[in-house]
Design a protein around this ligand. Structure first.
Ligand code: XUL
Ligand code: CO
Length: 480
């Protein structure tokens, strides 16, 4: 599903329009200042989701769309509760700021609680809706960008004050509901000041602005007890190498991360820093292309112990890999930190951010998570949006339920594969020639070329066994 070049323009357009609309959703009638007179009530007396009660596990035979068929949070699988394998999280930006806008059409979603403003009062009302949603859905976590949850002000001081006010409410709602922040992040890609990038901007004042914004986002994530903090370099990349000093930009990015690590230590934030790789969109080439590129960057700049990776499945396929490949690359480098659980469309080929409903893909994902011994303090964040044509409030629930049930089926299948052991045995057997004295010598780096040449002369032509791919596929299929 590598992006076809003819689609580049469309996806760049769609990305921009999506994010602008996500922030300025519906007709904007109210300025985002603290003393604005319009939209000045965050009251919402009724429930936000009337008629929807707490989603329960009813088992695979249930026909109720508002129930879990496979995700049974308290059930133990391989010695861990299902909810602890996943640590599911709702992404505030898609669920509460997504409007269904696309490059050709206006928003399609006008949730009843939205008053058409980007006011502070609306931000607070929306935050209450978020907590009712995650309570009813039964997930323990949520994720946010600073500018999703509170309106941008005219100055950084005003933006920070807006953020503080909404964060104070979120803090109280978290206290009441015992919900937690999986990760926070700074939105460093919507505002025009970030058009050349944030930490990799050619403008020093923009680098500084981004630093100030991340400083604040880190502080509020810490205040909310966030367990991780994400850096997604949406505009950290280039459109043309002809006008770009790539080496200098990458050096700046490393300095920025070093300063973020220093600030993290200064404020006593113990959450994990996560880099979220993505190859393209919105820029032509993003510096955190994929897991291997991000790992190499971290190693080069001596940052490897300070960061892990947030693997997003749709980003994986954009970079020409499977999600399983990206998860395994992160895992074997000790960098698997979090999963942005979503998928793309195999025919469309860009970042469509769909709910992942492919049980086989979910099984492969969960095989990696099991091999990793779980993913905490990371989790599964639904960086996922409803289709433009899905416009009922209940669709928000149904979409998350099917996403959670799919991962739950993946976990159950992967556990079957692990317990059965034949897949692991097939892999073990493939490499059994190395389970020998000479194999141990090679793996310990004690077999030089002279020694190996002597052995070849002694042994003659090697016998090469079958890879047994179809048998592996058969075993995998049988667990579905
Ligand atoms: C964009 C994306 C972001 C990050 C957070 O493709 O995935 O939503 O997860 O900035
Ligand atoms: Co993401």
């Amino acid at each position: 599903m590598i992006m076809k070049s003819g689609k580049l323009l469309l996806l760049l357009l769609s990305f921009n329009v999506f994010y602008y609309a996500a922030v300025n959703c519906a007709p904007q009638t109210c300025p985002a200042t603290k003393d604005a007179k319009c939209g000045d009530s965050d009251d919402w007396k009724a429930e936000f989701f009337p008629g929807i009660s707490k989603i329960k596990y009813e088992g695979p035979s249930s026909k109720n769309p508002l129930s879990f068929k496979w995700h049974n949070p308290e059930e133990e699988i391989l010695g861990k509760k299902m909810k602890d394998w996943f640590r599911f999280s709702v992404a505030f930006w898609h669920t509460f700021r997504g409007t269904g806008v696309d490059p050709f059409g206006a928003p399609t979603k006008y949730w009843p609680w939205e008053d058409g403003t980007n006011s502070l009062s609306m931000a607070k009302r929306r935050m209450r809706a978020n907590f009712e949603f995650i309570n009813k859905l039964g997930v323990d976590f949520w994720c946010f960008h600073d500018r999703d949850i509170a309106p941008d002000g005219k100055t950084i001081e005003e933006s920070n004050e807006n953020l503080d006010e909404v964060v104070a409410l979120a803090h109280e709602l978290q206290r009441q509901s015992k919900k937690r922040v999986l990760w926070g992040t700074a939105q460093l890609f919507v505002h025009p000041r970030y058009m050349h990038g944030a930490a990799t901007s050619s403008e020093l004042a923009v680098y500084a602005y981004a630093a100030a914004q991340v400083k604040k986002a880190l502080e509020v994530t810490h205040y909310l007890g966030g367990e991780n903090y994400v850096f997604w370099g949406g505009r950290e990349g280039y459109q043309s190498l002809l006008n770009t000093d790539m080496e200098r930009e990458l050096n700046h990015l490393a300095r920025f991360f070093e300063a973020a690590v220093a600030h993290k230590k200064k404020i006593g934030f113990n959450g994990t820093f996560l880099i979220e790789p993505k190859p393209q969109e919105p820029t032509k080439h993003q510096y955190d292309w994929d897991a291997a590129t991000a790992a190499n960057f971290l190693r080069k700049y001596g940052l490897i112990g300070e960061f892990k990776l947030n693997i997003e499945c749709n980003h994986a396929t954009l970079s020409g890999h499977s999600c399983h490949h990206e998860l395994e690359t992160a895992r074997i480098n000790g960098l698997l930190g979090n999963i942005d659980a979503n998928t793309g469309d195999p025919q469309v080929g860009w970042d469509t951010n769909q709910f992942l409903v492919d049980i086989q893909e979910a099984t492969m994902i969960m095989l990696s998570v099991i091999r990793n011994g779980g993913i905490a303090p990371g989790g599964f964040n639904f960086d996922v949006k409803l289709r433009r044509e899905s416009t009922d409030v209940e669709d928000l629930f149904i979409a998350h339920i099917v996403g959670m049930d799919t991962m739950a089926r993946g976990l159950r299948n992967a556990a079957k594969l692990v317990e059965d052991g034949s897949l692991a045995e097939l892999v073990r057997k493939r490499y059994q020639s190395f389970d020998t004295e000479i194999g141990a010598q090679i793996e310990a780096g004690k077999a030089d070329f002279d020694f190996l040449e002597k052995k070849v002369k002694e042994w003659g032509e090697p016998k090469v066994a079958s890879a047994k791919q179809e048998l592996a596929e058969m075993i995998f299929q049988n667990a579905m």
